[in-house]
Design a binder for this molecule. Structure first.
Ligand SMILES: [Zn+2]
Length: 145
């Protein structure tokens, strides 16, 4: 049976289903996401775009970096997703969007170089200085656009 996880924003107007297992789960310490999410770090849960099914509502889209699209609920502000055209087969959802976030343990830290000094971890996960995912070289990394 296919695993189905559900997600929703704080006010409940936006909901979605994610079919199958995520392929990558990562803690992210970079400053762009910190601003966008409003948290010292976030955990991104990575799916293939075809695994995502929007059930209700219409997430608002925002882009500050060329090729990067972030979505959120325009009513309650919950951050929902991150898409980068340099990673066309990857869609990342915030851990806070999930109805059962306890099921998604991170596999690595990304942008460890920007981790806030008072955030400490005792895990043995890989600590990647910058991006944990390789972008399409034709598009490049968001920080270089
Ligand atoms: Zn909402």
């Amino acid at each position: 049976m296919t695993r189905i996880e559900t997600g929703s924003c704080f006010c409940g107007s936006i909901s979605a289903e994610m079919h199958g297992d995520p392929f990558w789960i990562c803690s992210d310490h970079d400053d762009d996401c910190r601003k966008a999410i409003g948290s010292p770090l976030t955990v991104w849960v990575g799916y293939r775009p075809t695994q995502f099914r929007l059930l209700t509502g219409a997430p608002k889209k925002f882009s500050r970096t060329r090729g990067v699209l972030r979505t959120f609920c325009a009513d309650c502000g919950t951050s929902i997703a991150y898409f980068d055209q340099g990673l066309p087969e990857e869609l990342y959802l915030t851990i806070g969007f999930f109805d059962h976030p306890e099921r998604f343990a991170p596999q690595a830290h990304a942008y460890w170089d920007m981790k806030l000094p008072w955030v400490e971890f005792r895990d043995d996960l890989p600590r990647v200085g910058r991006y944990s995912r390789r972008r399409d070289p034709a598009v490049g990394n968001p920080a270089d656009r």
